[in-house]
Ligand binder design. Structure first.
Ligand code: PA5
Length: 424
């Protein structure tokens, strides 16, 4: 399902030299004995998820699709990025789908928040608030504003039917609030951290509301789970990728650029950056995860990649088949001199741009390129791909002896902010 290639990576070590270490880490992961082992619920979640809750989620999604022009998804970080990445990648950016999905609770921006409040005034709205801790300030602040807007518009009883809460299964501020208000509730499992939660109700409810087949998505996760049962580096591309990142770091690289050629995968890159940034960037360790969407960013960051300081390598995620395609038309007058492309598919042009860029960056720029090839942008492929990155992330962070599943660093800004905001 996924092909991983290193032919353009300039590796100075053999990936296979890491086999023994990988075997040990694989056992730690699968037996749930490694660092952060109380957050390994995602590993076999495809076998263990609550089927009754899954069915209830699909019913809730149908209700929301029938009753909302706008669906607000209120969450931040791991409680937001996965759903947005999936919806944009699978549906595209301008799919003619109802309801329109708007993300909130991921910013303190007053302009953004006020404009969304104004935008929904004359529309029918449903809202899903998502927070594992139930106390994240960006989300809690937006939720109060949008909850009040819904209650003013519909009255408390009708608003209650339009609000769903995804949070801890038995504790926390949001849990207590949702119980008291009588909202439909979905559980974020204790042993799955935010950035691994797109395959739980956190991601799946909004994804289902977007009209995406979540059974297929979970089938993709299961397929990846089965494919990555072996630690053999010749057979497990997730682990081969995990090791290759470490080899390139040993060769002096300090940043990894996630590259795609489709604008609808820009949020996938944002999701990936959170996954690797929060999992790996601790105790002075880790590669800086950065991203670019080509060819768009070839007209900006491309200059640095080609000619700038040699700090990075690229990880190209190539989707073999586009969701849509366009045949470029002939023009009788050819005033724009573009007839040389007449009859060609736009996706072919995109792939040629990719080929040319790869040659430029690798051969002339000396920038190592890793290649991950995925069949298409379907729900199945999304499920497969996120699980590929989960396993790669856990393995690559275990290889530098860090805990991939905590994020102590994100607490520091909160402490300062709370002091300034006057919170006890
Ligand atoms: O990966 C993580 O754990 C974080 O990014 C969280 O998802 C994010 O901080 C939101 O937390 P919560 O779901 O508790 O509101």
């Amino acid at each position: 399902m996924i092909k991983f290639e290193t032919k353009n990576a300039f590796l100075k070590e053999d990936v296979k030299d890491y086999q023994e270490q990988v075997n040990t880490m694989h056992d730690a992961l699968m037996n749930k004995t490694g660092k952060g082992n109380d957050f390994l619920g995602w590993v076999d979640w495809c076998n263990n998820y609550d089927k009754e809750e899954f069915a209830r989620m699909k019913e809730a999604a149908s209700y929301i699709r029938e009753n909302a022009d706008v669906f607000l998804v209120c969450g931040i970080g791991g409680s937001y990025l996965g759903a947005r990445a999936a919806i944009e990648m699978i549906n595209g950016l301008y799919a003619d789908k109802k309801p329109e999905i708007i993300f909130c609770g991921n910013t303190f921006s007053s302009t953004y928040t006020k404009q969304v409040l104004d935008y929904i005034k004359d529309k029918d709205v449903c809202l899903n608030v998502i927070s594992k801790s139930g106390t994240t300030t960006e989300t809690a602040l937006a939720f109060r504003l949008f909850k009040q807007a819904l209650e003013e518009k519909y009255g408390k009883d009708e608003a209650k039917k339009r609000i769903t809460a995804t949070t801890d299964g038995n504790k926390g501020t949001l849990y207590e609030l949702a119980k008291k208000e009588g909202y439909d509730m979905y559980v974020i499992p204790d042993d799955i951290g935010g950035r691994f939660s797109v395959i739980t109700p956190v991601g799946l409810l909004p994804i289902a509301v977007a009209g995406i087949d979540i059974d297929e998505l979970m089938n993709g996760v299961s397929a990846a789970y089965n494919d990555f049962a072996t630690p053999d580096l010749d057979k497990n591309p997730a682990y081969a990728y995990a090791v290759t990142r470490r080899i390139l770091e040993n060769q002096g690289k300090s940043a990894e650029m996630f590259v795609t050629y489709d604008l609808q995968t820009t949020m996938l890159a944002e999701w990936w950056k959170q996954l690797f940034g929060e999992s790996e960037g601790k105790n002075g360790c880790g590669l800086l995860p950065t991203s670019a969407t080509f060819s768009t960013d070839l007209h900006s960051l491309g200059q640095f990649v080609q000619d700038g300081k040699k700090v990075l390598f690229e990880t190209l995620v190539l989707f073999e088949n586009p969701t849509e395609d366009v045949v470029f038309p002939e023009d009788a007058e050819n005033l724009d001199n573009m007839n040389y492309l007449a009859g060609k598919n736009l996706d072919w042009v995109n792939k040629m741009a990719m080929q040319g860029t790869l040659e430029a960056h690798v051969e002339e720029g000396g920038v190592p390129n890793l290649e991950i090839t995925v069949k298409d942008m379907s729900a199945h492929s999304f499920g497969y791909l996120v699980y590929f990155f989960f396993r790669a992330c856990a393995m690559t962070v275990y290889l530098i002896d860090q805990n991939p599943f905590d994020q102590p660093g994100v607490e520091v800004y909160k402490k300062n902010m709370f002091k300034l905001l006057g919170k006890n």
